[in-house]
Design a protein around this ligand. Structure first.
Ligand code: NDP
Ligand code: MG
Ligand code: MG
Length: 339
């Protein structure tokens, strides 16, 4: 088993007397900033004028333009959207770097050479394995979201100590920290979201829904079977793995799982997953996404619009209106995100 790091493995005093500039105040930014402040760390926020600026000020932070926040800090955590980081880095961060430590919550831009850090800076990563609202909520409950940490460049000899102290300050070492590299974090994150969590799952759900509706079954039933019930199954897997989930379902469902699951995700699908992983490892996926952004996202926007018109979305919208408990969860989440 890989070693897990907990609060006792971090130097709680390491960030004393140091100023951390958090750049961005979105999902991750607001959670890191509030948690660190509650842990006694001095935090300033770097932003452009707008919604996030107002929110950070309302939360009581000193907010500065990115360049000014960077210039006064010892540690700079970049929590901008990944596609915006290169531009903001070149224009507002890099010119103000002396020897600040540079931190990220995802390795994409460093690993794929979109940001080339100066030789004088420590470069490291602390990536909570969960969305920002959960990072904040669990901290307030006295717990935390587990995090990955990695060192890319260690000039001071203290980069690892900083990573652990930072992970501790945002509450993640209450749950556990796992050491990785920028390469491993970036490639596994991209693969997971493409093949399983986002890409694999949405395509599986749509294919199941289409199979049922094309065979003449009611779309409402198809929605329940192929999308709605997923949450119950995923919750069981989250709590008890595959075995825990299978314990709770009927034996008929479990037999169907054994005989039909491997027919859906067969050797050909796995070959395709390997090819997706190769594209990620060889930088092909990254290049396509970087160019898509430079071209103002023509494909992204077109697919996004057509996906919204899929029958599963139309039916789902109506059904969810009739299920107030689903809506309530959604509201709770939105409140948590904006808190
Ligand atoms: P969000 O999109 O939620 O927030 C981005 C923030 O950056 C906003 O406050 C936005 O402010 C600000 N911003 C955008 N453009 C600029 C600009 N040009 N100048 C100044 N500020 C700007 O991002 P996330 O929190 O989702 O992601 C941040 C990082 O965390 C990424 O590297 C991501 O990969 C990583 N991460 C995200 C996770 C998640 O669950 N969301 C999980 C783990 C890691 P404004 O209101 O002005 O637009
Ligand atoms: Mg990701
Ligand atoms: Mg059933």
């Amino acid at each position: 088993m890989a070693k897990m790091y907990y609060n006792g493995d971090a130097n709680a005093e390491y960030l004393n007397g140091k100023k951390v500039a958090v750049i961005g105040y979105g999902s991750q930014g607001h959670a890191h900033s509030l948690n660190m402040r509650d842990s006694g760390v001095e935090v300033v926020i770097g932003l452009r004028k707008g919604n996030s600026w107002n929110k950070a000020e309302a939360d009581g932070f000193a907010v500065y333009p990115v360049s000014e926040a960077v210039a006064q800090a010892d540690v700079v955590m970049i929590l901008l959207p990944d596609e915006q980081q290169t531009k903001v880095y070149k224009e507002e961060i890099e010119p103000n770097l002396t020897n600040q430590a540079l931190m990220f919550a995802h390795g994409f831009n460093i690993h794929f050479n979109q940001i080339v850090p100066p030789e004088e800076s420590d470069v490291l990563l602390v990536a909570p394995k969960g969305p920002g609202h959960l990072v904040r909520r669990t901290y307030e409950e006295g717990a935390g979201v587990p995090a990955l940490f990695a060192v890319y460049q260690d000039v001071t000899g203290e980069a690892r100590e900083l990573a652990l102290a930072y992970a501790r300050a945002i509450g993640s070492l209450r749950a556990g920290g796992l050491e990785t590299t920028f390469k491993e974090e970036t490639e596994t994150d991209l693969f997971g979201e493409q093949a399983v969590l986002c890409g694999g799952l949405t395509s599986l759900v749509k294919a199941g829904f289409e199979t049922l509706t094309e065979a003449g079954y009611q779309p409402e039933l198809a929605y329940f079977e192929c999308l709605h019930e997923l949450k119950l199954i995923v919750d069981l897997m989250y709590e008890g793995g595959l075995e825990g989930m299978r314990y709770s379902i009927s034996d008929t469902a479990q037999w169907g799982d054994f005989v039909s699951g491997p027919r859906v995700v067969d050797a050909r699908v796995k070959e395709e997953m390997k090819s997706i992983l190769t594209d990620i490892q060889q930088g092909k996926f990254a290049k396509g996404w970087i160019l898509e952004n430079q071209a103002n996202r023509p494909v992204f926007n077109a697919v996004n619009e057509s996906e919204k018109q899929h029958q599963i979305e139309i039916v789902g919208k109506e059904l969810r209106k009739m299920m107030p408990f689903v809506q309530k969860n959604k509201q709770k989440k939105e409140v948590a995100v904006s808190a």
